[in-house]
Design a protein around this ligand. Structure first.
Ligand SMILES: [Zn+2]
Length: 424
């Protein structure tokens, strides 16, 4: 039997700190790959090389399987083509027994720049300025992916290997539905825990909201604006729908159940994209609102869908035209229930202690108003938590990550591998 080695905190922290340049170099290359949804492969190739050349592990691809996903109750609906898309994973095999297995997961996809001209530096350039690294995806969450690689590299440079299998995962489509992580879960691996290095420094989100994307198609009647009374403007007709949806949002925020009752405004409705019309002098024939809303754990997605459809119907009822031509609510993209992990789950304790060993105080637990890929693992019976670097302005402009926190996250992960999996 191979003995579990006791390697000191200091020895591990130093070994990880020694590979800082490798981590930051990887992070910069990842940021400069514009891996918006549909373009994830640009980053997956970089990750594949890092797993193979830096870590000496064999990358494996877990291809997106549209049929398998569409048949799965946890999948988000999607209208786009996923053929040719893949998650990239690598197994770090166990050299003994007696430890707990672990998945270390991050998503390679990023959201768009929001408004390129508002950025101080080009969004897909990794720009170091003092203690910060700027760029879209720097914090959400390429720093997390780089920290995973840094943790394993540091431990391997010490000649160490885990006593239970560790799988590294770089997944696609987190930002639009979570089907990449779900595809990894569908591969059948059931680790003892999963850790996702989303940018939650010192905070373990043990309760996360469910999130629903929905699209409202409003149809109007086009006409020359000179005879506007002959037409019906679909864009203007969408304004009262937005108001009704915000009324629903207000209602959902009235009496949040615990643990969300500590937050002032847990449920956020966002009208993220509006498209419609085709000419300033033509009464708009069409308008589509693409929105995101959230709900509390325990609410089935179907119930939130009904609330959304009721709100749209209420708005339509105030218009004779819309009563006759009801707007259509479609679901495409992110769709999930909220999920919970118990505070006394061993992985929560282990992550919190590893954080404390590096940062000086334990990570705290609590609710988040977002959702993460943790839910796919949790739903399959695998306790999953997030912990990660300190980032600012994610999904905003001038997104940045605090460089020291990338190293710190990698140190935390390396200590976690020691304590959770065991090392030999
Ligand atoms: Zn993220």
């Amino acid at each position: 039997m191979i003995e579990r080695l006791r390697v000191s905190d200091r020895e591990i922290a130093d070994a990880v700190a020694a590979v800082e340049d490798d981590m930051l170099d990887l992070l910069a290359r990842l940021v400069e790959a514009p891996t918006t949804v549909g373009n994830e492969e640009l980053g997956q190739e970089i990750i594949e090389l890092a797993y193979r050349d830096l870590l000496g592990l064999e990358p494996i691809e877990i291809a997106m399987d549209a049929d398998a996903l569409r048949a799965h109750p946890l999948a988000s609906p999607f209208s786009w083509d996923v053929s040719g898309k893949r998650n990239v994973v690598a197994d770090w095999p166990a050299v003994g027994s007696g430890g707990h297995s672990l998945v270390l997961n991050g998503h390679i996809d990023v959201v768009g720049p929001a408004s390129e001209k508002l950025w101080r530096t080009p969004p897909f350039r990794a720009v170091r300025d003092g203690d910060w690294l700027y760029g879209r995806g720097s914090g959400d969450m390429k720093a997390g992916l780089a920290a995973i690689v840094g943790a394993v590299l540091g431990l391997r440079r010490l000649g160490l290997a885990p006593l239970a299998p560790v799988q590294l995962q770089s997944v696609v489509e987190e930002e639009c539905g979570g089907n990449g992580a779900l595809q990894c879960v569908l591969s059948g691996l059931r680790p003892d825990a999963a850790v996702i290095t989303e940018p939650f420094p010192g905070f373990i989100p043990t309760s996360q909201l469910g999130v629903l994307w929905f699209h409202v198609d409003v149809a109007g009647t086009p006409a020359h604006v000179a005879y506007a009374q002959d037409g019906f403007n679909a864009i203007e007709a969408s304004f009262p729908i937005v108001e009704e949806l915000h009324a629903l949002e207000a209602e959902l925020n009235e009496a949040p159940p615990p643990p969300f009752d500590v937050l002032a405004h847990p449920i956020n409705l966002n009208v993220g994209v509006v498209s419609g019309g085709d000419w300033p002098s033509t009464v708009a024939a069409e308008c589509t609102l693409s929105c995101r809303i959230a709900h509390y754990p325990g609410t089935p997605v179907a119930e939130l869908q009904r609330l959304v459809e009721d709100a749209v119907e209420r708005a339509a009822a105030a218009s004779a035209y819309l009563t006759e031509h009801p707007p259509l609510v479609r679901y495409d993209g992110l769709s999930c229930e909220g999920s919970l992990v118990a505070d006394d789950e061993p992985i929560v304790q282990a992550v919190s202690q590893a954080w404390e060993a590096v940062a000086g105080s334990p990570a705290v637990t609590g609710p988040t108003t977002a959702t993460t890929d943790a839910r796919a693992f949790i739903a399959s019976g695998v306790p999953a938590v997030c912990i990660g670097p300190h980032a600012e302005r994610i999904h905003g402009v001038d997104e940045r990550v605090f460089v020291a926190s990338v190293v710190q996250t990698a140190q935390v992960l390396a200590l976690l591998v020691r304590d959770w999996c065991g090392l030999a």
